[in-house]
Design a protein around this ligand. Structure first.
Ligand code: OGA
Ligand code: NI
Length: 365
């Protein structure tokens, strides 16, 4: 999510999805129609019992010994087997969740001209528009995005911050502060599941990089042909996703080569392990590929926070997690370099992580 200024590139005409819906609700321009192999399988089956684990955060923090222990085991299982989990009783004021959703929704409902004052420039990843588009023939996602770098302050681009709704910036600041604390706490528990000191990641990360992306998925007359968001893994250490209240499901994760829907749990956050933790844990905890599908009738909002080490951090497998049974899978690299590589590549499954593989053939300079 680094705001990397890069030279102008040709991305062709990018339709604004909300405007498309208004002018021709049944029209799906060719650029949104996925090739057969990419088209989504939609969730028509009854919910499977094999779903993303749910972690009760309050039991981690203030449960009795037994509760804490069993929740830690569940967290370990979630990180090892799923790379995804939902957190309930996270302690963040539910009123704040409601407020961030309101300012996000109000922003997306503004007239296009108003939103375009904060337009994402081609090849960059901050502002309003479609990120990760780098060519004229690349398929587009059925989604409008607003992405903003938050911390440290030098990654902020103030002109991209909406001035409407009035409470937008204030709400984002308060929300981000709370989510930052949640990330720090979760990383402490995750460190403990790895037999590391609780403050291991905090110390290593320095002043962590934090960004927010609000994704608005309008309904789509042909959800079978399009994707809301292309398959990808996140470049972060941890990602925290809030789904709009009453929004239909839409997030799917690739588990054992099958796309599994993440059923929304009211007031919960969906957390996932990003590429950075996969590398640090030498693949013990995986950054799982995921995507979003659209709904025929309902719109969907998600508010996503990315939490990552400072750009100066040197990353590589933690020595304690490498031994003869777990040989070193990733090289050591600079996180800023990885971020730059991530934001200048299109979303394509876990391809960006090739960068970090020991046998990587991608040039790093
Ligand atoms: C993301 C993401 C999924 C969703 O923004 O990185 O994976 O459901 N979003 O919006
Ligand atoms: Ni993601």
């Amino acid at each position: 999510m680094a705001p990397v200024p890069i030279s102008p590139i040709k991305v062709g005409h990018i339709d604004d999805v909300q405007e498309l819906r208004k002018s021709g609700p049944a029209t799906i321009p060719e650029r949104f129609v996925r090739d057969m192999t990419e088209r989504p399988t939609l969730d028509t089956a009854p919910p499977s019992t094999n779903t993303v684990p749910v972690i009760d955060f309050s039991r981690l923090v203030k449960g009795n010994k037994e509760e804490h222990k069993s929740e830690m085991l569940e967290l370990t299982r979630a990180c090892e087997e799923w790379g995804f989990f939902q957190v309930i009783n996270h302690g963040i004021d539910l009123g704040l969740l409601k407020s961030i959703e309101k300012v996000a929704k109000d922003f997306f409902m503004l007239p296009l001209g108003e939103k375009q004052k904060h337009q994402m420039l081609p090849g960059t990843v901050q502002g309003y528009g479609q990120a990760f588009v780098f060519s004229e023939d690349q398929k587009l996602d059925w989604c409008n995005m607003l992405a903003l770098g938050l911390e440290p302050h030098f990654i902020r681009v103030p002109e991209l911050w909406p001035t409407e709704p009035l409470k937008f910036s204030e709400t984002v600041e308060i929300y981000s502060g709370e989510v930052r604390k949640l990330c720090q706490h979760l990383l402490q528990y995750i460190a403990m599941t790895l037999n590391l000191r609780a403050d291991f990641f905090e110390e290593m990360f320095g002043v962590a990089v934090q960004a927010i992306r609000m994704n608005y998925y309008p309904p789509c007359a042909r959800p079978d042909l399009v994707l809301g968001l292309s398959p990808h893994s996140d470049g972060s250490a941890l990602t925290v996703l809030q789904q709009g209240k009453g929004s239909p499901g839409g997030l799917q994760i690739l588990k054992d080569s099958k796309w599994v829907p993440v059923q929304p749990v009211p007031d919960a956050f969906v957390i996932n392990i990003g590429d950075t933790l996969e590398v640090l844990t030498n693949g013990k905890y995986k950054s799982v590929e995921h995507r979003a599908v659209t709904d025929r009738e309902k719109d969907r909002l998600s508010i996503v926070t990315f939490y990552a080490p400072s750009y100066e951090t040197e990353l590589g497998p933690i020595p304690e997690l490498v031994d003869e049974n777990n040989p070193c899978k990733y090289r050591t690299y600079n996180h800023g370099e990885y971020s730059k590589h991530y934001v200048t590549s299109k979303l394509q499954g876990k391809k960006t992580l090739e960068f970090a593989k020991v046998e990587s053939k991608i040039a790093t300079s």
